[in-house]
Design a protein around this ligand. Structure first.
Ligand code: SAM
Length: 204
């Protein structure tokens, strides 16, 4: 993730974030899959707080905790939520165990967890499961692996051809299996466009 610690890199990502194809479709579905009782939300790798802000556009009173390891991103998130009650943006490296922040109705993440090694993704999913309240949901809008190099090349070409060397892409359905293994009652790929997916894990 070191590149996002570079303020220039973080700013360039934020300036181009709306150009990611089909992103809005996945984000709208994420909103529709939030529990109707959503009161407390955790955003992992929050960037400038885009997803948390989206959640609060539907659940205005929801308390939010946003975690990221890039100070540049946290600065942008704090600016976005300045003056709003109920949002905390804090430094946390997702390679480390999640801090004890209480329980949440929803844990969301946008294009962040694919920067972690697979073994850490799995243990993180277990930690997320442990922090979800009954009836809670994990909504991971994510970048996953293609079935082969040809399809990966197709995806890259549609995104402008730039390979991000820090990506640790894992297949979507493998990650669904991991979610089930760590105790999610159900898990699914709720939406997929090439390498962009919405992974969902539900808690009883
Ligand atoms: C592609 S951006 C996505 C930002 C935001 N979630 C969004 O949907 O636009 C990836 C984010 O993940 C964060 N990130 C990457 N690796 C991380 C790690 N190990 N710990 C915490 N944050 C990380 C980056 O700092 C960056 O803000």
């Amino acid at each position: 993730m070191t590149e996002y610690r570079d303020p220039e890199y973080a700013r360039a990502y934020l300036a181009a974030q709306d150009a990611v194809p089909q992103r809005g479709v996945g984000e709208r579905l994420l909103l529709d899959l939030l529990p109707v009782h959503t009161r407390r939300v955790l955003d992992l790798g929050c960037g400038d707080g885009r997803l948390l802000a989206l959640v609060r556009s539907r659940f205005e009173q929801a308390e939010g905790v946003a975690l990221d390891a890039s100070e540049a991103m946290l600065e942008a998130a704090r600016a976005r939520f300045a003056g709003q009650v109920g949002v905390t943006a804090a430094h946390h490296d997702l390679n480390d165990p999640l801090p004890d922040l209480g329980t949440f109705d929803a844990v969301v993440s946008g294009f962040a967890i694919h920067h972690l090694p697979d073994e850490r993704k799995r243990t993180l999913y277990r930690e997320v499961r442990a922090r979800l309240a009954p009836g809670g949901v994990f909504l991971n809008l994510e970048h996953v692996a293609s079935v082969n190099e040809r399809e990966h090349a197709r995806f890259l070409a549609l995104l402008g051809g730039k390979e991000d060397q820090s990506n640790r892409l894992a297949p979507a359905w493998t990650q669904v299996e991991w979610l089930r293994e760590v105790g999610f009652m159900q898990a699914d790929v709720a939406w997929k466009w090439l390498e962009l997916v919405l992974l969902v894990g539900w808690v009883d």
